[in-house]
Design a protein around this ligand. Structure first.
Ligand code: NAD
Length: 485
């Protein structure tokens, strides 16, 4: 079995691998072939407790280190990830089915960028001094304590790093639960952090399904929960965290609009629409799946989009020439095909694709619908598959009103060569992350996150620091204390 990647054990706690075979079985398969990549066990109550106890015990000494000491370890981990990028990328491809062509540049590499970024700013985290006449106040930036990270399956190591790096830079400890579908790369991240010098217990990984995530969120030792997942899961996790008055970051789903005006560079707009719908076979939260195109350019836009999408190289994700892979799971494959059927039944025009790929496996063809109306399910609900809806529009006001008419607010994009219109449109978008004349670029230096039902809080950039630390205010009296009597 060339593609077997059985880890030493299922969980990584206190700087070492730990097993408890009493847990529910958790099998991960290569989506391209169905081969078993690894067989693991979900965490038992003992494992959950062991991980939280380790994170709790490691808290004080990790928080007492200086920011520059903590940062050095994160930056070293970033270097190790870069040295091992190919090996980590192959693992990610086996776990997710995403083309190696993508994972080599977008997954562990983004994780390394994030560790490097927060490693670099760890030493500069401060409170502030506030002069109040002769008195003064100052603030102390403190870690929150034990944090829990819960991941989705589409960007496993990236999500683990996007949570671990800011959490650890601020002096917190973390228990991370990857998605049950992609358990492997977070374990490698834990090994790498240990190799980089991270003290035992600061970063722990436990496997499990939703109930394991629930057990972590409910535990009174936990101060903060950061979830990347769907809106329904987000509602449950947010409610559970509220019971314990815990801090949250919610990175949830979307149904984002991409507005293309008739003065846009058409070639670039077509490229962006492709990236916004077919990268990672459409399994990206911020995808621009509602592509609004101004009527005058619609025929040419569709013709060019179809011609270019037909060139997708669908094949074995481990072959670096492949640029379009399978869906992660049978369930996600079924969901994508069921939405395609809904689109046809509701009267949208199928421009391209629409079927399972003839090579078998979990491949769904890149699919384009035109003549989509706002009330259709394919235009309202998150599909998380390679299904693009193209919707015609006449005016800017109309396009904006329709773009914002959704419960989601993760992302939005606009293509136009009119500078003032571009900024006017993004100012009116009800979305946390916007792009002008590009789409889906998420550098670590830029805050990322959603508004409305798509989430709470921001990951990356300096903004993430506010979500992994809190301020203690200290008032210092310098004079006599007056009292009424
Ligand atoms: P999901 O909501 O099914 O699961 C996400 C994680 O939550 C998994 O680890 C799961 O085990 C856990 N979980 C499930 N129920 C839980 C509960 N009751 N308590 C605690 N944890 C629980 O999502 P998914 O199918 O893994 O991922 C796809 C979704 O994630 C899509 O909606 C996508 O848009 C979203 N996503 C968002 C971002 C973002 O940054 N905004 C990034 C990637 C994916």
């Amino acid at each position: 079995m060339p593609n077997t990647k059985q880890p030493e054990a299922s969980h990584y706690i206190n700087g070492q691998y730990v097993e408890d075979s009493a847990g529910k079985e958790l099998v991960t398969r290569y989506p391209a072939t169905g081969e078993v990549v690894a067989s693991l066990y979900a965490a038992t109550n003992n494992i959950v407790d062991h991980a939280l106890a380790a994170a709790d015990a490691a808290r004080a000494s990790w928080a007492a280190m200086t920011g520059s000491e903590r940062g050095r370890i994160l930056r070293k981990a970033a270097d190790i990830i870069r040295e091992r990028n190919r090996e980590l990328s192959v693992l990610e491809t086996l776990d997710t089915g995403k083309p190696l062509q993508e994972t080599l540049v977008a997954d562990a590499a983004s994780g390394a960028d994030c560790l490097e970024y927060f490693g670099a700013i760890a030493a500069g985290l401060t409170g502030e001094h506030i002069q109040l006449g002769k008195d003064f106040a100052y603030t102390i930036r403190e870690p929150l304590g034990v944090c829990v990270g819960i991941g989705a399956w589409n960007y496993p190591i990236q999500i683990a790093c996007w949570k671990a790096a800011p959490a650890l830079a601020c002096g917190n400890t973390l228990v991370f639960k990857p998605s049950e579908m992609t358990p492997l790369s977070a374990l490698k991240l834990a090994e790498i952090l240990t190799e980089a010098g991270l003290p035992d217990g600061v970063f722990n990984v436990i496997q499990g399904y939703g109930e394991t995530g629930g057990a972590l969120v409910d535990d009174s030792r936990v101060a903060k929960v950061s979830l990347t997942g769907s809106v329904p899961t987000g509602r449950k996790v947010y409610a559970a965290a509220a019971k314990g008055m815990k801090h949250v970051t919610m990175e949830l789903g979307g149904k984002s609009p991409l507005l293309i005006f008739d003065d846009a560079s058409l070639g670039d707009a077509v490229s962006a629409a492709i990236n916004a719908n077919f990268y990672s076979s459409g399994q990206i939260c911020s995808n621009g799946t509602r592509v609004f195109v101004q009527k005058g350019i619609l025929p040419e836009f569709l013709a060019r989009l179809k011609e270019r999408t037909q060139k997708a190289i669908i094949g074995d994700p481990l072959d670096e020439a492949t640029n379009f892979g399978p869906m992660i799971s049978q369930a996600q494959f079924d969901i994508a095909l069921s939405y395609i059927k809904k689109g046809i039944d509701e009267g949208a025009t199928l421009v391209l694709g629409g079927k399972a790929h003839h090579k078998g496996g979990l491949y769904v063809e890149p699919t384009i619908f035109s003549d989509v109306t706002d009330d259709m399910a394919i235009a309202r609900e998150e599909i998380f598959g390679p299904v693009m809806s193209v919707l015609p529009f006449d005016t800017e006001e109309e396009a904006l009103r329709r773009a914002n008419d959704t419960e989601f607010g993760l992302a939005a994009g606009v293509f136009t060569s009119d500078l003032t219109r571009a900024h006017r449109v993004v100012a009116a978008f009800e979305a946390g992350t916007c792009w002008i004349n590009t789409y889906n670029l998420t550098p670590i230096e830029m805050p990322f996150g959603g508004t409305k039902a798509s989430g709470v809080g921001r990951e990356n950039a300096k903004a993430a620091i506010e979500h992994y630390s809190e301020l203690k205010s200290v008032y210092v009296g310098m004079g006599p204390v007056e009292a009424a009597f």
